[in-house]
Design a protein around this ligand. Structure first.
Ligand code: SF4
Length: 312
Protein backbone atom coordinates (compact mmCIF):
# COMPACT_ATOMS: atom_id res chain seq x y z
CA UNK A 1 0.00 0.00 0.00
CA UNK A 2 3.01 2.26 0.37
CA UNK A 3 3.39 2.06 -3.41
CA UNK A 4 6.91 0.64 -3.61
CA UNK A 5 8.60 -2.75 -3.66
CA UNK A 6 10.79 -3.47 -0.65
CA UNK A 7 14.47 -3.32 -1.58
CA UNK A 8 15.35 -6.50 0.32
CA UNK A 9 12.62 -8.55 -1.34
CA UNK A 10 14.15 -11.02 -3.78
CA UNK A 11 11.85 -10.82 -6.83
CA UNK A 12 11.92 -14.26 -8.40
CA UNK A 13 9.70 -17.19 -9.36
CA UNK A 14 10.07 -20.49 -7.53
CA UNK A 15 12.15 -22.68 -9.82
CA UNK A 16 10.00 -25.55 -11.00
CA UNK A 17 12.87 -28.06 -10.79
CA UNK A 18 13.05 -27.55 -7.04
CA UNK A 19 9.51 -28.92 -6.93
CA UNK A 20 10.07 -31.61 -9.55
CA UNK A 21 13.03 -32.91 -7.50
CA UNK A 22 10.93 -33.40 -4.37
CA UNK A 23 10.70 -37.08 -3.35
CA UNK A 24 6.99 -37.15 -4.19
CA UNK A 25 6.78 -40.95 -4.53
CA UNK A 26 7.98 -41.34 -0.95
CA UNK A 27 5.66 -38.63 0.38
CA UNK A 28 2.66 -40.88 0.69
CA UNK A 29 0.87 -38.50 3.06
CA UNK A 30 1.22 -35.53 0.76
CA UNK A 31 -2.45 -34.94 0.01
CA UNK A 32 -2.59 -31.25 -0.71
CA UNK A 33 -0.55 -28.40 -2.17
CA UNK A 34 -1.40 -24.74 -1.73
CA UNK A 35 -0.19 -21.90 -3.93
CA UNK A 36 -0.80 -19.25 -1.31
CA UNK A 37 0.75 -16.19 -2.92
CA UNK A 38 2.64 -15.04 0.17
CA UNK A 39 4.82 -12.79 -2.01
CA UNK A 40 2.90 -12.36 -5.22
CA UNK A 41 0.12 -13.96 -7.17
CA UNK A 42 0.60 -17.61 -8.24
CA UNK A 43 -0.91 -16.77 -11.62
CA UNK A 44 2.18 -14.68 -12.38
CA UNK A 45 4.33 -17.80 -12.48
CA UNK A 46 5.20 -18.48 -16.16
CA UNK A 47 5.33 -22.25 -15.58
CA UNK A 48 2.25 -22.58 -13.44
CA UNK A 49 0.56 -25.05 -15.84
CA UNK A 50 3.53 -27.43 -15.72
CA UNK A 51 3.62 -27.23 -11.95
CA UNK A 52 -0.10 -27.93 -11.66
CA UNK A 53 0.25 -30.92 -13.98
CA UNK A 54 3.13 -32.26 -11.90
CA UNK A 55 0.94 -32.60 -8.78
CA UNK A 56 -1.62 -34.91 -10.36
CA UNK A 57 -2.29 -36.99 -7.26
CA UNK A 58 -2.61 -34.07 -4.83
CA UNK A 59 -5.44 -31.62 -4.23
CA UNK A 60 -4.28 -28.19 -5.30
CA UNK A 61 -5.54 -24.92 -3.80
CA UNK A 62 -4.74 -21.67 -5.57
CA UNK A 63 -5.23 -18.31 -3.84
CA UNK A 64 -5.34 -15.48 -6.32
CA UNK A 65 -6.47 -11.99 -7.21
CA UNK A 66 -7.71 -13.70 -10.39
CA UNK A 67 -7.28 -10.62 -12.49
CA UNK A 68 -4.82 -12.39 -14.81
CA UNK A 69 -5.06 -14.92 -17.68
CA UNK A 70 -7.78 -15.27 -20.31
CA UNK A 71 -11.19 -16.93 -20.23
CA UNK A 72 -10.14 -20.10 -22.06
CA UNK A 73 -7.28 -20.66 -19.56
CA UNK A 74 -9.77 -20.34 -16.72
CA UNK A 75 -12.25 -22.69 -18.37
CA UNK A 76 -9.58 -25.31 -18.89
CA UNK A 77 -8.40 -24.93 -15.26
CA UNK A 78 -12.01 -25.51 -14.19
CA UNK A 79 -11.83 -28.93 -15.84
CA UNK A 80 -9.05 -30.09 -13.51
CA UNK A 81 -10.81 -32.01 -10.79
CA UNK A 82 -7.97 -31.76 -8.26
CA UNK A 83 -7.83 -27.94 -8.38
CA UNK A 84 -9.76 -25.51 -6.17
CA UNK A 85 -9.39 -21.76 -6.56
CA UNK A 86 -9.93 -19.15 -3.86
CA UNK A 87 -10.85 -15.88 -5.52
CA UNK A 88 -9.79 -12.94 -3.36
CA UNK A 89 -12.58 -10.45 -4.01
CA UNK A 90 -12.91 -7.74 -1.38
CA UNK A 91 -16.14 -6.07 -2.33
CA UNK A 92 -18.49 -5.65 -5.24
CA UNK A 93 -17.63 -3.36 -8.14
CA UNK A 94 -15.07 -0.59 -7.63
CA UNK A 95 -15.06 -1.20 -3.87
CA UNK A 96 -12.94 -4.29 -4.47
CA UNK A 97 -10.27 -2.27 -6.23
CA UNK A 98 -9.67 0.05 -3.26
CA UNK A 99 -7.54 -2.63 -1.59
CA UNK A 100 -6.71 -4.82 -4.60
CA UNK A 101 -5.02 -1.98 -6.43
CA UNK A 102 -4.72 -2.26 -10.22
CA UNK A 103 -6.90 -5.33 -10.51
CA UNK A 104 -10.18 -5.34 -12.41
CA UNK A 105 -13.34 -6.46 -10.63
CA UNK A 106 -15.13 -7.00 -13.96
CA UNK A 107 -12.33 -9.21 -15.28
CA UNK A 108 -12.19 -11.24 -12.07
CA UNK A 109 -15.92 -11.92 -12.18
CA UNK A 110 -15.69 -13.00 -15.84
CA UNK A 111 -12.74 -15.25 -15.01
CA UNK A 112 -14.62 -16.77 -12.09
CA UNK A 113 -17.66 -17.43 -14.28
CA UNK A 114 -15.49 -19.14 -16.87
CA UNK A 115 -13.79 -21.29 -14.23
CA UNK A 116 -17.13 -22.27 -12.68
CA UNK A 117 -18.68 -22.98 -16.12
CA UNK A 118 -15.73 -25.23 -16.85
CA UNK A 119 -16.67 -27.29 -13.77
CA UNK A 120 -14.24 -25.61 -11.35
CA UNK A 121 -14.40 -25.64 -7.56
CA UNK A 122 -14.49 -21.91 -6.72
CA UNK A 123 -14.35 -20.30 -3.29
CA UNK A 124 -14.65 -16.63 -2.51
CA UNK A 125 -12.54 -14.95 0.18
CA UNK A 126 -13.68 -11.47 1.18
CA UNK A 127 -11.50 -9.29 3.45
CA UNK A 128 -13.85 -7.04 5.38
CA UNK A 129 -12.92 -3.37 5.74
CA UNK A 130 -15.03 -0.40 6.74
CA UNK A 131 -15.45 0.56 3.08
CA UNK A 132 -16.93 -2.80 2.04
CA UNK A 133 -18.72 -4.10 5.15
CA UNK A 134 -22.08 -2.92 3.79
CA UNK A 135 -21.69 -5.34 0.87
CA UNK A 136 -21.46 -8.55 2.89
CA UNK A 137 -25.04 -9.67 2.35
CA UNK A 138 -24.94 -8.79 -1.37
CA UNK A 139 -21.69 -10.74 -1.72
CA UNK A 140 -23.30 -13.81 -0.15
CA UNK A 141 -26.18 -13.57 -2.65
CA UNK A 142 -23.84 -13.07 -5.62
CA UNK A 143 -21.60 -15.91 -4.51
CA UNK A 144 -24.57 -18.24 -4.39
CA UNK A 145 -25.91 -17.06 -7.73
CA UNK A 146 -22.59 -17.49 -9.49
CA UNK A 147 -22.00 -20.98 -8.13
CA UNK A 148 -19.12 -20.43 -5.69
CA UNK A 149 -18.86 -23.40 -3.31
CA UNK A 150 -18.57 -21.04 -0.34
CA UNK A 151 -17.70 -17.52 0.72
CA UNK A 152 -15.61 -16.65 3.77
CA UNK A 153 -15.11 -13.31 5.44
CA UNK A 154 -11.88 -12.44 7.22
CA UNK A 155 -10.14 -9.38 8.63
CA UNK A 156 -6.75 -7.98 7.76
CA UNK A 157 -4.20 -8.19 10.56
CA UNK A 158 -2.49 -5.04 9.28
CA UNK A 159 -4.86 -3.15 11.61
CA UNK A 160 -3.11 -4.66 14.62
CA UNK A 161 -0.84 -1.65 14.47
CA UNK A 162 -3.23 1.09 13.31
CA UNK A 163 -6.96 1.53 12.74
CA UNK A 164 -6.27 2.94 9.30
CA UNK A 165 -3.63 2.60 6.61
CA UNK A 166 -2.85 5.13 3.91
CA UNK A 167 -2.77 4.09 0.28
CA UNK A 168 0.11 5.87 -1.39
CA UNK A 169 1.11 6.07 -5.04
CA UNK A 170 4.22 7.87 -6.27
CA UNK A 171 4.61 9.49 -2.84
CA UNK A 172 1.06 10.85 -3.02
CA UNK A 173 -1.43 9.87 -0.33
CA UNK A 174 -4.64 8.80 -2.06
CA UNK A 175 -6.96 7.62 0.73
CA UNK A 176 -7.10 5.60 3.93
CA UNK A 177 -8.25 2.03 4.43
CA UNK A 178 -10.01 1.56 7.74
CA UNK A 179 -10.75 -1.49 9.80
CA UNK A 180 -14.23 -2.96 9.85
CA UNK A 181 -16.59 -1.86 12.60
CA UNK A 182 -16.74 -5.30 14.24
CA UNK A 183 -13.04 -6.13 13.95
CA UNK A 184 -11.29 -6.56 17.30
CA UNK A 185 -7.55 -6.32 16.75
CA UNK A 186 -4.77 -7.85 18.80
CA UNK A 187 -3.88 -4.33 19.88
CA UNK A 188 -7.35 -3.90 21.36
CA UNK A 189 -7.36 -7.36 22.88
CA UNK A 190 -4.14 -6.50 24.69
CA UNK A 191 -5.53 -3.12 25.86
CA UNK A 192 -2.91 -1.14 23.97
CA UNK A 193 -3.68 2.28 22.61
CA UNK A 194 -3.05 3.08 18.96
CA UNK A 195 0.54 3.94 18.16
CA UNK A 196 1.86 2.04 21.20
CA UNK A 197 3.75 -1.19 20.88
CA UNK A 198 0.87 -3.67 21.30
CA UNK A 199 3.18 -6.65 20.91
CA UNK A 200 5.06 -5.70 24.09
CA UNK A 201 1.80 -6.16 26.02
CA UNK A 202 1.18 -9.39 24.18
CA UNK A 203 4.61 -10.70 25.18
CA UNK A 204 4.20 -9.56 28.79
CA UNK A 205 0.78 -11.17 29.18
CA UNK A 206 1.99 -14.39 27.64
CA UNK A 207 2.30 -17.41 29.89
CA UNK A 208 5.05 -19.98 29.48
CA UNK A 209 4.86 -22.58 26.74
CA UNK A 210 1.69 -21.33 25.17
CA UNK A 211 2.69 -21.76 21.54
CA UNK A 212 0.64 -24.20 19.55
CA UNK A 213 2.39 -24.58 16.21
CA UNK A 214 -0.66 -24.92 13.99
CA UNK A 215 1.32 -25.78 10.85
CA UNK A 216 3.34 -28.52 12.58
CA UNK A 217 0.13 -30.01 13.91
CA UNK A 218 -1.32 -30.05 10.42
CA UNK A 219 1.97 -31.41 9.06
CA UNK A 220 2.31 -28.51 6.65
CA UNK A 221 5.42 -26.67 5.49
CA UNK A 222 6.00 -23.61 3.34
CA UNK A 223 8.43 -23.44 0.41
CA UNK A 224 9.43 -19.87 -0.35
CA UNK A 225 10.13 -18.69 -3.90
CA UNK A 226 13.90 -18.71 -3.24
CA UNK A 227 13.74 -22.39 -2.22
CA UNK A 228 13.89 -21.87 1.55
CA UNK A 229 11.73 -24.28 3.53
CA UNK A 230 9.99 -22.47 6.37
CA UNK A 231 7.83 -24.03 9.07
CA UNK A 232 4.91 -21.89 7.82
CA UNK A 233 3.98 -18.96 5.59
CA UNK A 234 3.72 -16.58 8.56
CA UNK A 235 7.33 -17.09 9.58
CA UNK A 236 8.23 -17.06 5.85
CA UNK A 237 6.84 -13.53 5.71
CA UNK A 238 9.75 -12.24 7.76
CA UNK A 239 11.70 -12.06 4.49
CA UNK A 240 9.78 -8.84 3.87
CA UNK A 241 9.45 -8.00 7.53
CA UNK A 242 11.36 -5.90 10.00
CA UNK A 243 15.17 -6.44 10.18
CA UNK A 244 14.80 -7.47 13.83
CA UNK A 245 12.49 -10.34 12.76
CA UNK A 246 15.12 -11.60 10.33
CA UNK A 247 17.95 -11.39 12.81
CA UNK A 248 15.94 -13.18 15.51
CA UNK A 249 15.19 -15.96 13.04
CA UNK A 250 18.87 -16.21 12.20
CA UNK A 251 19.50 -16.95 15.85
CA UNK A 252 17.44 -20.11 15.41
CA UNK A 253 18.60 -21.26 11.98
CA UNK A 254 22.12 -19.81 12.03
CA UNK A 255 22.73 -20.68 8.36
CA UNK A 256 19.91 -20.06 5.84
CA UNK A 257 21.49 -22.35 3.24
CA UNK A 258 20.85 -25.33 5.50
CA UNK A 259 17.12 -25.10 4.91
CA UNK A 260 17.23 -24.15 1.23
CA UNK A 261 16.42 -26.61 -1.56
CA UNK A 262 19.09 -25.12 -3.80
CA UNK A 263 21.74 -26.50 -1.45
CA UNK A 264 20.13 -29.52 0.22
CA UNK A 265 17.73 -32.32 -0.49
CA UNK A 266 14.25 -31.94 0.93
CA UNK A 267 14.56 -35.07 3.06
CA UNK A 268 17.88 -33.86 4.54
CA UNK A 269 16.34 -30.53 5.51
CA UNK A 270 13.28 -32.08 7.13
CA UNK A 271 15.33 -34.62 9.08
CA UNK A 272 18.16 -32.19 9.80
CA UNK A 273 18.96 -30.31 13.03
CA UNK A 274 16.82 -27.25 12.30
CA UNK A 275 13.52 -29.12 12.13
CA UNK A 276 14.42 -31.87 14.58
CA UNK A 277 15.97 -29.67 17.24
CA UNK A 278 16.54 -25.91 16.89
CA UNK A 279 13.05 -24.95 15.79
CA UNK A 280 11.29 -27.12 18.42
CA UNK A 281 13.56 -25.80 21.17
CA UNK A 282 12.86 -22.22 20.10
CA UNK A 283 9.10 -22.76 20.43
CA UNK A 284 9.58 -24.04 23.94
CA UNK A 285 12.23 -21.72 25.29
CA UNK A 286 12.32 -18.54 23.28
CA UNK A 287 9.75 -18.37 20.48
CA UNK A 288 10.26 -16.05 17.56
CA UNK A 289 7.98 -12.97 17.88
CA UNK A 290 6.07 -14.06 14.77
CA UNK A 291 5.29 -17.40 16.46
CA UNK A 292 4.00 -15.57 19.51
CA UNK A 293 1.91 -13.17 17.46
CA UNK A 294 0.54 -15.97 15.33
CA UNK A 295 0.23 -19.04 17.52
CA UNK A 296 0.03 -17.92 21.15
CA UNK A 297 -2.94 -19.91 22.38
CA UNK A 298 -4.44 -16.93 24.23
CA UNK A 299 -4.15 -14.05 21.82
CA UNK A 300 -2.38 -15.27 18.68
CA UNK A 301 -3.64 -14.21 15.26
CA UNK A 302 -4.81 -17.67 14.32
CA UNK A 303 -6.95 -17.80 17.47
CA UNK A 304 -8.16 -14.30 16.69
CA UNK A 305 -8.85 -15.22 13.10
CA UNK A 306 -10.88 -18.29 14.07
CA UNK A 307 -13.07 -16.01 16.16
CA UNK A 308 -13.38 -13.52 13.34
CA UNK A 309 -14.56 -16.17 10.91
CA UNK A 310 -17.63 -16.72 13.06
CA UNK A 311 -18.90 -13.18 12.90
CA UNK A 312 -20.64 -13.24 9.51
S1 SF4 B 1 4.02 -18.95 13.37
FE1 SF4 B 1 5.48 -20.29 14.34
S2 SF4 B 1 4.30 -21.52 15.74
FE2 SF4 B 1 2.85 -20.63 14.29
S3 SF4 B 1 2.59 -22.11 12.65
FE3 SF4 B 1 4.24 -20.74 12.09
S4 SF4 B 1 6.11 -21.70 12.76
FE4 SF4 B 1 4.41 -22.70 13.82
Amino acid sequence: MQGFVREDLDLKHLEKNLLFDLPIAAMINLKSIGFCGNFGDPLMHPELDEIINFFKKQNISIFTNASLRNLSWWKSLGGKKNVAVTFCIDGIGGTHELYRRNTSYEKIIENAKSFINGGGNARWQFIVFKHNEHQIEDAKILSNKMGFKNISFIYSDRFDTNNHWGVVEKNKHLYNLEKATKQVTLREKTNTSMGKKWWLNLFKSRKQETIKCIWSEKKKIYIHSDGTIFPCCHIGSILAGKPIEKSLYKKIIKEWKNINLNFNKFEDIITGPFYKEYFLKSLKNSPHPVCIETCDTHNGKLVNRAENYLKY
